[in-house]
Design a binder for this molecule. Structure first.
Ligand SMILES: Cc1cc2nc3c(=O)[nH]c(=O)nc-3n(C[C@H](O)[C@H](O)[C@H](O)COP(=O)(O)O)c2cc1C
Length: 403
């Protein structure tokens, strides 16, 4: 059963291997994204980075997400990806630029969400990539809500457009302090990572939230003007990582103001969540944590036990055939496929001993036997499968902290 609207598998580093993407496609995902790929890593010919671009023809058109902060280098690599896909006969749906990843190892280099603090740079990256890509390849950006704690750059009208170095930012903060503006400079680890001190408004400032919303909208409009075909907005700030609720009101405001399509990301765990975003003007809805171990969210019906085993075996076969060096990642994928199922903790113990395809196959067989034939003995720890179209909401503190 295919949905009458577009649900995408959101980009997820460490999750979206080619096998998982194919499984999601087969369950009805309209579009799937690669893991984020370092433009610099590609440029330096890093083998592990290039591996992330591996795709099967059966996957259909793939959305490839890149990250970086240097316009010329990103443009060159975007064009290289387009040419490489063409050479391989693999369809490229679009190139997306990551401007939302809050992981420290990303933002400390000025990539991902750090670009939100340099709003003059983001349109430059878009323009350079747009110019370098063939007209047939759409260019998009995925980013996050701006922070209500103001940074230089978070207020677009106050920002210097290009080549902003840390010293210049510091100078401007100091100028403001000298001129008597009531700002308190208080760098936290996040600010240190992005090399951009925050400028905290007085607590009496009731407009902080409205100003963050406005800055988010301005940023989106700048991207539109710079030539992106569409954007995706995750309604959490980078500082929030995955905590708190994604801001759907802000999403709706941005989606309804822009002329280009706006895709939604943030807290999509059920068909109701998807419908809610669509009612707010989403052109498409991205499923991220809600799809881990639950590709069936795309068809809108929960899996049977047999389907969970079939997905695991397919994932195993595909990885063993094409990327056996990554078999170990099946430990987490299998644990996700069986999240909430009886005796899943016993399965996880078994998985932790697995490294070869034979190991994974054997542990699956044993678990299946325990659940079906000898089910009583194994059913020491009761649990229940996720309900229709839903998966359990994850504990945000247990995330890998990437993306
Ligand atoms: C493990 C993990 C990896 C992620 N990797 C990426 C990434 O590579 N690129 C990106 O734009 N977003 C990444 N994200 C963010 C998701 O695409 C999505 O925007 C976010 O999880 C919010 O959606 P959710 O609340 O429905 O999970 C990642 C999220 C998770 C949980």
């Amino acid at each position: 059963m295919k949905r009458p609207f577009d649900t995408f598998l959101a980009p997820m580093a460490g999750v979206n291997d080619f096998a998982f993407r194919l499984i999601c496609k087969e369950q009805g995902a309209a579009l799937t994204y690669s893991e984020m790929v370092s433009a610099r890593g590609l440029a330096s010919g890093n083998a592990a980075t290039r591996e992330l671009l591996f795709a099967l023809p059966e996957e259909g058109p793939l959305a490839v997400q890149i990250f970086g902060h240097e316009p010329a280098l990103m443009a060159e690599q975007a064009a290289w990806i387009a040419a490489d896909f063409k050479r391989r006969g693999q369809a490229l749906a679009l190139i997306d630029i990551n401007m939302g990843c809050p992981a420290r190892k990303i933002i400390k280099h000025g990539d991902g969400a750090a670009l939100l603090t340099h709003p003059g740079l983001a349109p430059d990256i878009v323009k350079a990539c747009r110019q370098a890509l063939p007209d047939t390849v759409p260019l998009t950006v995925k980013f996050r809500k701006f922070d209500k704690i103001r940074h230089f750059g978070f207020a677009p009208e106050a920002f210097m457009p290009r080549q902003v170095g840390e010293e210049e930012i510091l100078n401007q903060v100091q100028d403001d302090l000298l001129s008597g503006t009531p700002y308190r400079v208080s760098p936290s680890s996040w600010e240190h990572s992005i090399g951009c001190p925050r400028v905290e408004e007085s607590r009496a400032d009731a407009n902080a939230e409205a100003r963050a919303a406005e800055a988010t909208l301005h940023f989106a409009q700048d991207l539109e003007e710079a030539g992106v075909s569409a954007i995706a907005l995750h309604g959490r700030s980078a500082r929030q990582m995955y905590q708190g609720r994604a801001d759907r009101e802000l999403f709706g405001m941005v989606a309804q103001t822009l002329s280009i399509p706006v895709a939604a990301s943030g807290d999509v765990f059920s068909t109701d969540d998807i419908a809610d975003y669509l009612s707010r003007g989403a052109a498409a809805v991205m499923v991220a944590r809600g799809a881990r171990g639950n590709p069936w969210i795309f068809r809108g019906e929960p899996p049977t036990l047999e389907e969970r085993f079939a997905a695991c075996r397919r994932h195993l076969e595909l990885l063993a055939a094409y990327q056996p060096q990554h078999l170990i990642t099946l430990r987490r994928h299998f644990a996700w496929y069986f999240k909430g199922v009886r005796s899943a903790s016993a399965l996880r113990v078994g998985l932790n001993q697995c490294s070869s395809a034979a190991d994974f196959g054997r542990v699956l067989d044993e678990y299946e036997e325990a659940l079906t034939a000898g089910g009583q003995a194994a059913a020491t720890q009761a649990g229940s499968a996720p309900t229709a179209g839903q998966t359990a909401r994850p504990d945000p503190t247990s995330l890998e902290g990437v993306g």
